[in-house]
Structure formats: structure tokens, C-alpha cells
Design a protein. Structure first.
Length: 86
């Protein structure tokens, strides 16, 4: 098994979702800039696209932003909305 972006992938390629990580991602707030204090989930996709081109911040924030960008470009925000404030 391997862990990729907070998720565990088995040797058979099955994705096991880490529920606690998804709840954390849904409730993670932007700590700076134009969207300071906003849930990453509520920030427009173009903001993440800009960071994807210019470079995401280092550390946990950058990892969370990368994951949110993937969720947004694949239209999966609806999966996280029920997890806000859980």
C-alpha cells in the first residue's frame, strides 16, 4: 500500500478514502491573500489554476490547495460540501 495525497492505494489500485482527511480538506481555510478566511472549497477554480502555473506554497497549505484544484477541475466539489463544519 502507498499513501498519495492523504489517500491509501492498495497494490490492486483500489483507492481507500481517508474520511478524516476529506473533512479536514472541506473545512480548511485560506490563511492569506484575497480569500483569507474562506474555505478552500468556496474559492474559485481560477485562483488555484493561477497557483498551478506559478507554484503552490510549500507544506500543508500547498498540498491542500493542489488537492482542491484537482477536485475543482474534475467537478467534484459537491462531494465535499456536506462535510463543511463536521
Amino acid at each position: 500500500m502507498a499513501t498519495i495525497c492523504g489517500r491509501t492505494v492498495s497494490a490492486f489500485g483500489r483507492l481507500e478514502i481517508d474520511k478524516a482527511h476529506l473533512i479536514e480538506l472541506a473545512n480548511y481555510r485560506m490563511p492569506f491573500g484575497k480569500y483569507k478566511g474562506e474555505f478552500l472549497l468556496k474559492i474559485p477554480e481560477y485562483y488555484f489554476a493561477w497557483f498551478a502555473q506559478k507554484g503552490f506554497p510549500e507544506g500543508k497549505l500547498g498540498r491542500m490547495m493542489k488537492e482542491m484544484h484537482e477536485i475543482k477541475i474534475n467537478g467534484l466539489e459537491g462531494l465535499l460540501k456536506p462535510l463543511i463544519n463536521k
